[in-house]
Write a protein that binds this ligand. Sequence first.
Ligand code: LLP
Length: 420
Amino acid sequence: MHHFDYRNGRLHCEDVALDTIADEVGTPVYVYSSATLRRHARVIAGAFDGMSCLIAYSVKANGNLGVLRTLAEEGCGADVVSGGELMRARRAGIPASRIVFSGVGKTRAEMRLALEEGIHQFNIESAAELAVLAEVAASTGKTAKVAVRVNPDVAAGGHPNISTGKSGDKFGVPWNEARKAYAQIAEIDGVEAVGVDVHIGSQIDDITPMRAAFEKVMGLVRELRQEGHDIQRVDLGGGLAIPYKSTDNPPPPSDYANMIREVTEGLGLEVILEPGRVIAGNAGVLVTEALFVKPGPARNFLMVDAGMNDLMRPALYQAHHDILPLRERPAGDKMRYDIVGPICESTDKFAAERDMPPIEGGDRLAIMSAGAYGAVLSSQYNARPLVPEVLVDGDRYAVIRRRPDFEEMIALESIPDWLS
Ligand code: LLP
């Protein structure tokens, strides 16, 4: 469910016509709907009503300060994977007590920052990381509350690039070493075990593997408690799929929540969740303008002014995104296009053999479902300025990241003396 629809033949985000934003800000531009962000945060929180639950929005999906502040107002905490994300979350007003720090490779400096801030929990992914965290915590006179991210050896399905829960993936402590990690925690100063953490992948459209992984985790919680560890929390990660196509039918958050309610029943645990895509994905679009059509012997190329540097998902994961013209077209004649960007890479393609109404240079298009893992993955490749971002709220909108000018793009660079 989202707030992008045609009104009087023009595609709107809430009460604002996307053409109006494109006229003022230019293209390409990301546009986000506050109403969609808020709705998704409320639907997820509502599904867990009555449970002790922390919704730690996964900042990696979309870490813009305006987006984070919107979600902070909805009571979301944050799941961060770097010092930078931690500072973003704090700057947006998310209390440290609602922040969990995940990620396979935290530096000492990041650990120190998180300890000083007083975050809720560190998710630890190896014995080596645990030892370093203990050392850093002890040197600052603090105790780090930790959960060990376990690798349950459950395949989540979906694209292999975003599956994380199989043995052989770099993520988490191998299942048969998990208890040893908790024994290690009990023996060293500076760390205290408070929970167990798991995350098996992203865009998971079936809750069966999630249930399998979570049931294993609850078994581990029971064992750890028997061994004397005071396990009060489980962090069950993110991963719930969203519809990218009208035919996609991901499990509703209520089914996901009911499954979690069942598997955690009677354990008296605080449940932490790290949803990213399910909150931000369908809350954003990338608006682009058609430059021209290049007819080819085999196919017609529709060149647009957005590139894979602005939205990586199709190039990285062969991901499908619906693409809609900003001006509604009558159902009728369709043309078949490869919709491509201006980057010098063959993978710079948003859609292959896509049937669209006839498009001409100057027509604008919205690449849908681009709110998660869109702008955050963008770069200045080919010396293209970072794509701007706009947040809509009802009939108002604001630029929440502006497009840098050329001087800003090169401001961090310098030519060494010996060349001058
Ligand atoms: N927690 C952890 C530990 C994660 O690694 C991730 C995502 C999440 C939470 C949030 O997962 P979500 O609810 O968004 O599925 N760039 C890829 C997705 C990478 C996901 C990485 N980890 C894409 O565009 O599909």
